[in-house]
Ligand binder design. Structure first.
Ligand code: ATP
Length: 262
């Protein structure tokens, strides 16, 4: 893969993942994600969303099928240092586990800027300016940068994990439950920051969540997962307004019942 190639697509080709003989986390999925697509992956807990996200970036190896990047197997791309670096720069993944993202002994500033320094080699001033702008957009006090990860709240850690990936200026950002620890007003700021381009840069997005409203706000298309399968996919607006699958109807109904105020 040439170092300057653009990300055209990520594709799942019959991708499945079993854990042991009993658990089928993901069941032979086919899915095409254009490089500039904005896809939501929704479903209840245990439906296979995180496993899918981890396979998209090679953190989990499929038991069947393969992940293709611009039509080439991801497994091959990750074998060479040059193409692996290209891929890490093109596609950034923000894990559900924001604790594991930061090294306990390093100050936040170092951890948050490390990937961008390594993958993009920005100027010090450019990096600092981009970081300041993002801290503002994500409603974070710059003082958090001088702390150690153990001194952060869960919500601060979640936002800093997203900022860390955005500083790389990836072509695609894959976010796994990145707003679960945020109160509603901060959540709105983060969702706005994901929706609006920063400095003219708007990466493609895979937004994994059980929060349907958040998903509807930031994505154009949606895949609904149930027991490792995609039961419905298509335009986000269409699915939210007129769901076809029984499971999607059930998800939407449960959500509406949960937020109903009598
Ligand atoms: N490392 C693992 N070993 C064994 N089983 C696993 C492992 N990782 C995930 N699973 C199982 O695979 C299934 C799918 O898990 P996954 O984390 O992908 O679901 P999810 O939709 O992301 O759930 P949540 O919304 O709770 O994060 C679950 O039954 C889970 O228990």
């Amino acid at each position: 893969m040439a170092g300057s190639a653009a990300l055209e697509s990520l594709r799942l080709d019959g991708v499945g993942k079993r854990f042991g003989s009993a658990v089928v986390a993901v069941d032979e999925l086919d899915l095409l994600i254009p490089g500039d697509g904005r896809l939501g992956v929704v479903g209840e807990s245990g439906s296979g969303k995180s496993t899918l996200g981890r396979m998209l970036v090679g953190l989990e190896t499929p038991t069947t099928g393969q992940v293709l990047v611009n039509g080439k197997p991801l497994a091959g791309i990750l074998k060479s240092a040059t193409s692996r670096r290209w891929f890490r720069r093109a596609v950034q993944y923000v894990s559900q586990d924001s604790v594991g993202t930061f090294e306990p002994g390093r100050k936040v500033f170092e951890s948050v800027t490390f990937a961008a320094r390594y993958l993009r080699r920005p100027s010090e001033t450019g990096l600092r300016d981009a970081l300041d702008e993002m801290l503002h957009r994500f409603a974070l006090d710059p003082a958090v940068l001088q702390r150690y990860p153990g001194q952060l709240s869960g919500g601060q850690r979640q936002r800093l994990s997203v900022i860390r990936s955005l500083l790389v200026e990836p072509e695609m950002l894959i976010c796994d439950e990145v707003t679960s620890a945020l109160d509603v007003s901060v959540q709105a700021r983060v969702l706005n920051a994901l929706k609006q381009p920063t400095g003219g840069h708007r990466p493609g997005l895979v937004f994994i969540t059980h929060g349907l409203p958040a998903c509807a706000f930031v994505t154009d298309t949606m895949a609904v997962m149930h027991r490792g399968r995609i039961v419905e996919s298509g335009s986000t607006d269409q699915i939210v307004e007129n769901p076809a699958a029984d499971y999607t109807k059930h998800l939407l109904r449960s959500y509406r019942e949960m937020i109903r105020v009598d």
